[in-house]
Design a binder for this molecule. Structure first.
Ligand SMILES: C[S@@+](CC[C@H](N)C(=O)[O-])C[C@H]1O[C@@H](n2cnc3c(N)ncnc32)[C@H](O)[C@@H]1O
Length: 231
């Protein structure tokens, strides 16, 4: 396993707890994620792969998965979930230890809430993608899932006026019961910033979805393709 790292890794010490509490969400995301990606070939980078709960789903699309993750503790749980021919790399998603244009697919799954500069992460993701390669964003819906969002038990989502504040947010009183966000805070990118970051990275959105059946969608799925240079 390659090691290129700068501390701190916020999930160290939380991996077992996180893996258990995230299992149901990972299950629910499986089918919409498969729909977004479709079948494919070549190397797929699972950027911020966490405990590897999506490795099997990505593998089932026909791609060969390389997981990249910052936290050694998260990787400890991901390791037994890898298959023959797959690899895990411990590194920072904002400075990827890969040459240009080596991946046919980059999956960015529930990462935007955890990196301080998601725009840099998308730029790096695009750099390592082949022209015509696919980037799948699957995660927080910036409008209805973020530090500005109060999720009510009846399905309503109340939007607080911190929506336009990009970057890290400390826990707010409306965040509710103990979960990963109360422990680590939450990073946010308003919708326009997310879309502009994809475009600036040389990616064109080819498909968008608001998966699952919640009355107010809180998951956003985007499929984007890397434009050939000079396009
Ligand atoms: C919310 S978890 C999602 C994990 C996984 N993608 C999933 O969907 O289950 C976010 C993950 O991103 C990792 N992470 C945060 N910052 C990172 C960075 N700069 N580089 C790589 N991984 C990072 C965290 O350690 C954590 O495992």
């Amino acid at each position: 396993m390659t090691r290129i790292l700068k501390p701190p890794a916020r999930y160290d010490g939380l991996a077992d707890w996180y893996d258990e509490q995230n299992a149901a969400a990972a299950d629910a995301n499986r089918s919409p994620l498969m729909d977004l990606l479709g079948q494919g070939v070549g190397l797929c980078l699972d950027l911020g792969c966490g405990t590897g709960q999506n490795l099997q789903t990505l593998r089932a699309t026909g791609r060969t998965v390389i997981g990249l993750e910052y936290s050694a503790d998260q990787l400890r749980l991901a390791r037994p979930r890898t298959a023959c021919g797959e690899a895990l790399v411990q590194a920072d998603a904002a400075t990827l230890p890969f040459a240009d244009e080596v991946f046919t697919t980059v999956a960015v799954l529930w990462l935007s809430t955890d990196v301080d500069d998601f725009t840099s992460v998308l730029r790096e993701a695009a750099r390592v993608l082949r022209p015509g390669g696919v980037l799948a964003y699957y995660g927080a819906h910036p409008c209805f899932n973020g530090p500005h969002t109060e999720a009510r038990d009846d399905g309503r989502r109340i939007i607080h006026p911190t929506y336009r504040t990009a970057g890290p947010h400390p826990p707010a009183p409306w965040w509710g019961k103990d979960g990963i966000r109360q422990r680590l805070g939450m990073r946010h990118l308003p919708l326009a910033d997310l879309l502009n970051s994809l475009t600036a990275a040389g990616l064109s959105i080819t498909q968008a979805a608001e998966p699952r059946n919640d009355p107010v969608p809180w998951v956003l799925a985007l499929r984007a393709e890397k434009r050939p240079q000079n396009a």
